[in-house]
Design a protein around this ligand. Structure first.
Ligand code: PBG
Length: 330
């Protein structure tokens, strides 16, 4: 008897069949990027859990190295560093200081873990007294062009410290070009730029701003980060950054923007990263702490979704934990 319907269940009959036919793999160590917050407050052993991000910490340099010792041995291959400087001002001086928090951290981390890929987030908000991502004018508006040289200078100083990839997250126009030129001139033509090309003005960054102490003192970031309602504009931003010399693109946040991940994947050729941001992490952690969802399963499913949408790599605060668990289960 011939059948006139599709027997999709045939390939779901056993674990082995399901594994054989699985189309995406969410936990590949070399595709996961773990963010860390490094603090320069005079105490290298400093370690303080971030209340809104259970399991994530502000770390002094020695505490970071200790954490890396463990996570690298568990397979962690890529990290993204954010810095909390000793002092903030209206020129973000510590962002490009020779002995700035990130510069010191990158030098030490690369010394201790030469094979670990170190990406530096490049933004001025953590270093500005007012918490905005660029120079503020007297009307409280972020000035685009005067901000560019500061970003370029920061990029070069991060590269000089040993960063493997520079990741600008500021959303100023023309910054990739400016950073690329500055890196080339300083002899770093081999250092890739991983651009937060498509970055929305999102409430999902809430916990991060507590973690990085970078909330804007006044106003918001809507004059530079994108309107969550816009999809076509994402393509303009992505193409602009590619024209300017970006090597890898980032879409951020991730889960609520999977259509954008797919759009960028389908219309560009470069490697694409999805950034599962702080708020996405906190929502899963909170619901799982309440016993409302199975945290581990929901985490995996969220990452599978990002891979399925077309992300080649994922920046996620779950990276460390996932790799530790995957190792334990082997
Ligand atoms: C810096 C920056 C932010 C994030 C990454 N880089 C914060 C922001 O733009 O306000 C957010 C990351 C997260 O929420 O996990 N500009």
């Amino acid at each position: 008897m011939s059948e006139d319907f599709f027997r999709g269940r045939r390939l779901r009959r056993s674990r082995a069949l399901r594994n054989l036919c699985r189309q995406t793999n969410p936990i590949q160590a070399d595709k996961l990027i773990m963010p860390y917050f490094v603090v320069d407050n005079g105490d290298p052993n400093y370690q303080k859990e971030i209340p809104s991000m259970p399991g994530q910490y502000q770390l002094g340099l020695e505490s970071l190295l200790k954490k890396l010792d463990k996570s690298v041995s568990q397979g962690l291959a890529n990290i993204l560093l954010f810095g909390l400087p000793k002092t903030k001002d209206d020129k973000a001086s510590e962002a490009y200081a020779e002995d700035g928090v990130i510069q010191k951290a990158v030098r030490r981390v690369k010394q201790e873990f030469p094979d670990l890929l170190v990406i530096t987030d490049l933004c001025l908000c953590e270093y500005m007294s007012h918490g905005h991502c660029g120079i503020l004018n007297e009307n409280g508006l972020v000035e685009n062009d005067p901000t560019l040289p500061l970003l370029a200078r920061t990029a070069v100083s991060q590269a000089r410290a040993g960063a493997d990839i520079i990741a600008p997250s500021d959303m100023m126009d023309g910054r990739v070009k400016c950073i690329r030129e500055a890196l080339d001139e300083a002899g770093f033509s081999g250092i890739p730029v991983m651009s937060y090309a498509v970055k929305y003005a999102s409430a999902f960054y809430g916990p991060f701003r507590e973690a990085a102490e970078s909330a804007p003192a006044c106003g918001d970031r809507k004059s530079y980060q994108m309107d969550p309602a816009n999809a076509r504009e994402a393509l303009l931003e992505a193409w602009a950054d590619l024209d300017e010399g970006a090597d890898i693109l980032i879409v951020k946040p991730a889960s609520a923007y999977q259509d954008i991940i797919k759009l960028i994947r389908d219309n560009t050729e470069v490697p694409l990263a999805a950034y599962q941001v702080s708020g996405e992490y906190s929502l899963i952690k909170a619901a799982s702490a309440n016993g409302w969802v199975d945290g581990e399963k929901v985490t995996l499913e969220s990452l599978i979704g990002l891979k399925r949408s077309g992300a080649d790599m994922i920046i996620t605060y779950f990276a460390e934990e996932l790799l530790a668990k995957a190792l334990a289960q082997r």
